[in-house]
Design a protein around this ligand. Structure first.
Ligand SMILES: NC(=O)C1=CN([C@@H]2O[C@H](COP(=O)(O)OP(=O)(O)OC[C@H]3O[C@@H](n4cnc5c(N)ncnc54)[C@H](OP(=O)(O)O)[C@@H]3O)[C@@H](O)[C@H]2O)C=CC1
Ligand SMILES: O=C(O)[C@@H]1CCC=N1
Length: 272
């Protein structure tokens, strides 16, 4: 990463701040190269003391930046674009949007400008450098896509996908964090009912979930292959698993992901 480059994160909430911290933690960016904006500037006081530029002025932040990251809520985007439009030069800045349900074309057509736009869909594990981030564009150069990929690779794992799959990626990966967290919580509640104190049950459930994910990631195996190793004939695992399936476990997850994907596609349109 060039030490001359500057990034502006417009909308420094959960995702924006996590990205900023991840970039600095990677050692590739200095806080001085990152401008953070939000309307409540006082909420960023701690970041100002660490050397980040903090401001409410989106226009000035965008003007100075090579990479402008849009990280407000979908319903806050149009106002933000109105503010930064005078500062955007199609040949200078690259726009990176993490906003759900907003296409690259939506952004260009609102700005009435042929600027390069790359979308990135991280999840909240970005805060600990463990995000699954999907990246897509319809007009970004290979160089710029690789640049965005390298940004998000510093805070987890990233893959490039077709833009039409971005709402699906939102449901599976960004919303998905919440789905898996709820599963872990439910497992811990079961654990408490069968005898463990709540904090022990949660730790045991979380480590077990981590182990399950790592079995798939490190062995490149299929879930059913790993499940078959656990389910002894006439054993207790298959009894529990089948009971969960009779109660709609897989079906509930599939239906939830489908509904989230539908909703993700409508987030921006709903605000028109
Ligand atoms: N949360 C998640 O897990 C994920 C979220 N996303 C997407 O990322 C985006 C941000 O989500 P998230 O970080 O959770 O939301 P937050 O509400 O935490 O962050 C949005 C931030 O934008 C600021 N903001 C609002 N309007 C303006 C403005 N005009 N100028 C500057 N700052 C502004 C708000 O602060 P203030 O009110 O002080 O201005 C707030 O801090 C959303 O579009 C979401 O769809 C994507 C992937 C995962
Ligand atoms: O729930 C939401 O709308 C946002 C987008 C993906 C995760 N959180």
């Amino acid at each position: 990463m060039s030490s001359q480059q500057h990034v502006a994160i417009l909308g420094s909430g959960n995702i924006g701040l996590s990205l900023a911290k991840g970039l600095v933690k990677s050692g590739l960016w200095q806080p001085q190269q990152i401008t953070l904006t939000r309307r409540n500037v006082d909420a960023m006081a701690e970041y100002a003391t660490q050397g980040y530029q903090t401001t409410t002025n989106n226009m000035k932040a965008a003007k100075r930046a090579d990479i402008v990251i849009l990280a407000v809520l979908p319903q806050q985007l149009n106002k933000l674009l109105d503010e930064i439009k005078p500062a955007i030069k199609s040949e200078k800045q690259l726009l990176v949007s993490v906003i759900s349900g907003v296409s690259c074309e939506d952004i260009r057509s609102y700005l009435e400008m042929n600027v390069q736009v790359v979308r990135a869909m991280p999840n909240t594990a970005i805060a600990i450098g463990d995000s699954m981030t999907c990246i897509a564009t319809d007009n970004g150069s290979v160089k710029n896509v690789n640049l965005v990929k390298s940004l998000f690779d510093t805070v987890g794992v990233s893959i490039q996908i077709n833009e039409e799959l971005m709402t699906s990626a939102t449901a599976l990966c960004a919303c998905g964090i919440a789905f898996f967290l709820r599963s872990v919580r439910a497992a811990s509640q079961g654990g408490t009912e069968i005898g463990f104190h709540a904090h022990d049950a949660l730790k045991m459930a979380a480590q077990t979930a981590k182990g399950a994910a790592n079995l798939l990631l490190q062995l490149s195996s299929h879930p059913e292959q790993e499940i078959d190793k656990v389910t002894s004939p006439k054993g207790c695992t298959i009894a529990g698993l089948n009971e969960m399936e009779h109660n709609g476990f897989s079906s509930a997850m599939i239906k939830g992901i489908k509904l989230s994907a539908e909703k993700a596609g409508d987030l921006y349109k709903a605000e028109d």
